[in-house]
Write a new protein. Structure first.
Length: 360
């Protein structure tokens, strides 16, 4: 299979997964569960990894790396195992230049600058896409590693997570107010004009934390300048697919921290398929433009990408236990998080509190 054929096959497979997710709304929650485990991966690659593991009749992916990266951590791929494939960017190093007429241009790094041009520095740009071969930890053997425990074993504390989420809001220049004078007496409300998130003071610690995670979904995704967010539902009243997006972010973030909000999120998530179809109909009726997703599979892909990107942005600050599906030299060193509870694993084992906990 050529690289181009590989990308076409992966893209086609992703569209089929998302079409099924619209036809069977419960599959959306399955995707979110996997995203909570593999939160360092894009939503599209999470879906592709799930699909390929399911085709093998094996467990869901939990920790994924390339052949050489596993070798660096003292593990080898088992004989006879076939690679999983994800979509990775092709990149190139380019030089930004400003021409004498004021226009900007990119040239390959190292090339001679055009006459009179000013060097504006180098950066890396995406030039295309490629298939990248990876393997799940269940396909490897070798050196045991220490893995942070998830779920209840990690001692998840909603009040402590609240402060981490409030710090996320602060980084986006939003204040968090816990108040009895809540807008419309709703549990939570995001005021973009005032850069303020309001949370109902009558809520208990865990519910308050969950509502703040939901409102952060709005903060990251539904600002007044977000064209796609307006297509899904106006940021002023957070209707339609915008609500599904925000709750999906909350569900994924909390799940990554070992808090299962399935029953509480059920109403929002059950409306996923209807909201996608409504957005599809609205896009067609209003001729939203070629740059915006219009077909339901494209809308579903957009939503999954937006939700997982927003969740990753939050989780990179709140630091849940585990590896987020990827390993690195820093993550593999338990001294980085000396307060965490760790378990020693040699081969994948299933935790009673959640997903497969495996090493490295």
């Amino acid at each position: 299979m050529t690289p181009e054929e590989r990308i076409a096959a992966l893209t086609d497979g992703l569209h089929k997964i998302l079409e099924r997710a619209v036809e069977s709304p419960s599959h959306w929650q399955v995707l979110l569960d996997a995203s909570a485990t593999l939160w360092r991966y894009s939503g599209g690659n999470v879906a592709l990894l799930m699909m390929q593991m399911a085709q093998r009749g094996t467990e869901e992916p939990t920790l994924v790396a390339g052949y050489k990266e596993w070798a660096r951590h003292g593990r080898t791929v088992l004989r006879g195992e076939h690679a999983l494939w994800v979509i990775a960017p092709r990149t190139a190093r380019v030089q930004q230049v400003r021409l004498s007429d004021g226009t900007r241009q990119r040239i390959p790094a190292g090339d001679q600058l055009p006459h009179g041009a000013v060097d504006d520095g180098k950066n890396t740009v995406i030039t295309g896409w490629r298939g990248q071969a990876v393997f799940d930890v269940s396909q490897t053997q070798g050196t045991p590693l220490l893995v942070p425990r998830g779920g209840a074993a990690a001692g998840v504390d909603a009040a402590e997570l609240w402060w981490s989420l409030a710090a996320v809001a602060g980084r986006h220049r939003f204040d968090v107010d816990v108040t009895d004078a809540q807008y419309g007496l709703t549990s939570g409300f995001t005021d973009f004009a005032g850069h303020r998130v309001q949370i109902g003071a009558w809520l208990g610690p865990e519910e308050r934390t969950a509502v703040l995670a939901h409102e952060l979904g709005h903060v990251l995704l539904h600002g007044p300048d977000d064209e796609i967010g307006r297509l899904y539902g106006s940021s002023a009243d957070h209707r339609g697919l915008a609500e599904v997006e925000a709750e999906s972010v909350a569900y994924t973030v909390l799940k990554a921290h070992g808090i299962d909000r399935g029953p509480q999120s059920a109403t929002y998530l059950a409306g996923w398929a209807d909201a996608v179809i409504e957005a599809e109909n609205d896009a067609k009726a209003h001729d939203a433009g070629s740059k915006l997703p219009r077909a339901r599979a494209d809308i579903a892909k957009s939503v999954l990408g937006r939700v997982t990107a927003a969740s990753k942005g939050i989780l990179e600050i709140t630091h849940p236990p585990g590896f987020g599906g990827k390993i690195s030299a820093v993550d593999a060193d338990p001294r980085v998080n000396p307060g965490a509870s760790y378990m020693r694993v040699e081969r994948p084992v299933r935790s009673v509190d959640g997903p497969v906990m495996a090493g490295p």
